[in-house]
Write a protein that binds this ligand. Structure first.
Ligand code: NA7
Length: 538
């Protein structure tokens, strides 16, 4: 049994992960006067924006809301594009460390392997792969919602003699020019990488299992005037964000199916389509995810657009989802995605009708052919929510592991605390709000900061959430999915929002899908007048 020899914590807090969540949490702790060390596995900060270095990687959210309401950053940081590239998003995180003097607290190349609670000293001992051991009063895992990449269960993957890359673990220096490239996976990562690879590769073969409804992104560089306008409007932007269910600077129109005619519906959807990105999903018709009639209209609209863009009718048909509801899975945002299939050097293979049998030394063998490649790209996704937490050995009260506490699936209070794991606060952890992520992180970091601040005011050193609170929150996350038909449909479609993309994963929603205003309400209710009724402080 592990013995914690260092009774006195070396620092007040250890933050794990230097992505958006970890860096925002570090700032919160510093502002509250806590000493903190941040441990990061990668050779640089940025989290997913460090690891996902594939061509075309960028946010699906507009720059001016893919950030935090930090005045110095709002006025001092110049966004270059409507959707920041991977490098730009990483640069933003890095800049926060400099602007707020946090860089000295960050230790890179420190992959945390374990975190163990010691009841006697009321401390956490955190160990890393290369043997660093730190002891702290509080620990703040900020491991990412989509940061544990998964490989497909296709036989023979290790036999392939060419280069193989998972988009979520993409190294520097990959040269695809003039190469024959195969891509497996056509969701958010796949739709970003495919058009970029097609521009340089000699040929790209795309293996599609399930077609998606890919919103057109309509990215563009930001002009000086647009940048100045963004800087001048931040307070208005954050007001819009606070009121919008997904945390975007958009306004819901308040229009549902019975309010309008088909002609009006068409005009509104066309407007959303032209604006691009999540405007199509989250500022057109309010009932897309709850009313099947609206959803059917949207899917017909989508199929018509695909037919217009893609010149080969057979390819257009393969790219078109048939009966799947729109937004049952998170809609990808593409940049010239459908247009890419009009290129001579791009071939689409429908692996629903012609399944992959095996990966061979030379490439990919389907029932009908063997496709030969120099490079194989696996855009096959992540073990979302709990996945990143399962990869660290976290042990709480009485030596109970987090994996054991989650043997039936994620079980948390507000996606932040787990009963039996005192003084451990997950930043945007499993069961936290799935909305524009920096917005969810901002809400969580403030709440956590306030709770820790309250404990310090009271002079207590141990904070634990109750089992009842976790039962209650878990039930809330389940009932949201049950009440929203399109979200519930994600189960059949293997949605990672529900944990359904990983074989054998216990089935629970990985996130709270009730929107950010409702999440903020739940956070506020749990902290009313500093009472933190669901937390036991001692
Ligand atoms: P996703 O959304 O999980 O997509 C994974 C894709 O890979 C999807 O098209 C899958 O098809 C496909 N896939 C997975 N396993 C296989 C196998 N065995 N054979 C063929 N195809 C397979 O991951 P992304 O990285 O695209 O996006 C995740 C999030 O990351 C994104 O929303 C952003 O927030 C960032 P399927 O649909 O399961 O048939």
């Amino acid at each position: 049994m592990f013995e914690n020899q260092d009774a006195a914590p070396g620092v007040d807090a250890i933050v794990i992960g230097a992505g958006f969540a970890g860096v925002r949490m570090l700032l919160e702790l510093r502002r509250r006067g806590l000493t903190a060390t941040l441990l990061e596995a990668g050779s640089d900060v940025g989290g997913v924006w460090h690891w996902n270095r594939y061509p075309g990687a960028r946010t699906d959210t507009e720059a001016w809301v893919y950030c935090f309401p930090l005045p110095e950053m709002e006025q001092g940081w110049d966004w270059k594009e409507r959707y920041p590239s991977r490098a730009e998003a990483q640069g933003y995180i890095s800049r926060i460390l400099d602007v707020y003097g946090l860089r000295d607290s960050v230790r890179l190349n420190e992959r945390v392997t374990s975190a163990r609670w010691d009841e006697g000293s009321r401390t956490w001992a955190v160990e890393t792969e290369r043997g660093t051991r730190l002891v702290s009063r509080f620990v703040f895992p900020a491991l990412g919602q989509l940061s544990a990449p998964i490989l497909p269960d296709i036989p023979g993957l290790d036999r392939f003699a060419g280069e193989t890359y998972q988009t979520g673990l993409w190294p520097d220096g990959v040269d695809l020019a003039g190469k024959r490239v195969g891509v497996i996976g056509t969701a958010s990562s796949g739709v970003q990488v495919i058009p970029e690879v097609a521009k340089v590769a000699s040929h790209v073969t795309v293996f599609q299992r399930t077609p998606n409804y890919v919103n057109p992104g309509r990215n563009h560089a930001l002009t000086e005037e647009q940048r100045a306008d963004i800087k001048a409007r931040y307070s208005q932007i954050w007001e819009q964000v606070a009121a919008h269910p997904q945390g975007f600077a958009m306004t819901m129109r308040g229009i549902t199916y019975d309010d309008i005619t088909d002609e009006e519906r068409m005009a509104i959807l066309t407007d959303g389509w032209e604006k691009g990105g999540f405007h199509f999903t989250w500022s057109t018709l309010d009932d897309i995810v709850v009313d099947k009639r609206t959803n059917d209209f949207v899917t017909d609209f989508f199929r018509a657009r695909i037919r217009e863009i893609v010149t080969d009718p057979e390819v257009a048909d393969t790219l078109s989802p048939k009966g799947d509801p729109y937004a049952a899975k998170r809609p990808p945002v593409g940049h010239e995605y459908y247009e890419t299939f009009n290129r001579d050097n791009v071939t689409l293979v429908d692996i629903k009708s012609d399944p992959i049998e095996t990966v061979t030394e030379k490439g990919v063998k389907t029932g009908s052919a063997e496709h030969e490649f120099d490079v194989l790209i696996l855009a096959t996704g992540f073990d979302a929510g709990t996945g990143a937490y399962d990869r660290v050995d976290i042990t709480g009260v009485d030596g109970r592991s987090l994996k054991d506490a989650w043997s039936d699936g994620a079980w948390t209070n507000l996606g932040i605390m787990v009963p039996g794991f005192p003084n451990l606060f997950m930043v945007a952890g499993p069961q936290s709000a799935y909305v524009n992520l920096p917005v969810a992180i901002e809400m969580g970091a403030r709440w956590i900061g306030a709770a820790v601040g309250r404990a310090r005011e009271l002079g207590v050193t141990r904070i634990e959430t109750t089992p009842e609170s976790a039962d209650r929150w878990t039930q809330i996350t389940v009932s949201v999915v049950e009440q929203v038909p399109m979200f519930a449909a994600g189960e059949q479609l293997g949605s990672w929002l529900l944990g359904a993309n990983v074989a054998g994963k216990p089935r629970r929603p990985q996130f709270f899908l009730g929107g950010s205003p409702a999440y903020q309400e739940a956070l506020d209710a749990a902290a009313t007048d500093g009472s933190y009724e669901t937390l036991v402080m001692s």
